[in-house]
Design a protein around this ligand. Structure first.
Ligand code: PBG
Length: 325
């Protein structure tokens, strides 16, 4: 009798579907990005990212505690400083907003929550670029010194992992050396290795006020047309000492997640960025798609492609949905 092979046998009941499932999203895959803003009393809603907040320093610890109690293992902190200048000096200030937030979260939660920090300058420079500028040019090597200072200041505050995202050549090696020299050989680096110049960062720039005042980021962030170049970026970061490599954005870059995981046997992170978040939110708000189903489908796809961890603004929702199951 035809057909002998019947694929539907293993789809008949929900139990049989459970046992043959190849990819399972778990809470341990999640990293929750949070924004902390200097100089505000009450947390603020972010217009372009429904459901996300800019936390005040006094509220961020409570938020971190909630995240930990939901079973999410890690957060990544983004700071919004009160003062910006050409040198991004508020980025490496001992009492900068990220440094203060890390200290208070670590004091309260200790090893119950992994604290990662974004190491970049764009929120801290008056011009909004991720490096030091001269005229209209973003300088490479002078920026390395500043990024190293930022990373060390985060480690001093107690960060477990630093995540350089400026796409400046040599940033991983510069930061590794600086951390080692400062006595932080145990602090890991999660490198934003293949970070692309993407329109999907739009809502994030709205959230942290980091839209560049001139030009764009295409002289340092990658062209999304170049997968071989992405592989080289990842290889370089591994050579420079990255412990975890990241592909960013995630949804339109599943091929790169797949290729990187296949080629390099180290942990791979995928960043489900702000635009990917807000796209689903906006669609769901208008009733065009089911939010929970959409989120689980795209995040599972990232994991299926090879991501070991996913940075996502949906982390709290996902953790709750997994617990309810
Ligand atoms: C900082 C940084 C950006 C994001 C993470 N780190 C913005 C950018 O490069 O413009 C984007 C995150 C998101 O969109 O969710 N360089």
């Amino acid at each position: 009798m035809f057909p002998k092979v019947r694929m539907r046998r293993l789809r008949r009941t929900s139990k049989i579907r459970e046992v043959v499932k190849e990819t399972v999203l778990t809470k341990n895959d999640l990293i929750y990005p949070i924004f902390v803003k200097e100089g505000i009393k009450n947390s603020e809603l972010i217009d372009a990212m429904p459901g996300q907040l800019r936390f005040s320093l006094s509220n961020v610890v409570k938020e971190a505690e909630e995240i930990a109690s939901l079973g999410i293992p890690a957060i990544i902190l983004f700071g919004i400083p009160e003062n910006k200048d050409d040198e991004a000096s508020s980025a490496y200030d001992r009492d900068g907003i990220v440094q203060q937030a890390v200290r208070s979260i670590k004091e309260w939660l200790g090893s119950n929550l992994l604290v990662m920090t974004d190491v970049c300058l764009c929120q801290y420079t008056s011009h909004g670029h991720c490096g030091i500028i001269q005229g209209n040019e973003i300088l490479n090597d002078p920026t390395l010194k500043i990024l190293s200072k930022v990373a060390v200041s985060h480690a001093e505050a107690g960060a477990d992992v630093v995540a350089p995202s400026a796409m400046i050549d040599g940033q991983v090696q510069a930061i590794r050396n600086a951390l080692d020299e400062a006595g932080f050989a145990d602090i890991a680096i999660m490198a934003y290795s293949a970070k692309h110049a993407s329109c999907f960062y739009g809502p994030f720039r709205d959230a942290v006020y980091s839209t560049p005042s001139f030009g764009d980021r295409r002289s340092y962030q990658m062209d999304y047309s170049n997968p071989n170049e992405a592989m080289r970026e990842v290889q370089l970061d591994i050579n420079e000492g990255a412990d975890i490599v990241m592909i960013k954005p995630a949804l339109a870059y599943l091929d790169l997640i797949y290729r990187v995981k296949k080629e390099f046997k180290l942990p791979v992170a995928a960043y489900n960025v702000s635009g990917e978040y807000s796209m689903i939110k906006a669609c769901a708000e208008r009733g065009f798609i089911d939010e929970k189903a959409a989120v689980l489908e795209v995040l599972t796809a990232m994991k299926r492609a090879g991501a070991d961890m996913i940075l996502t603004y949906f982390a709290k929702d996902v953790a709750r949905w997994i617990s309810e199951k």
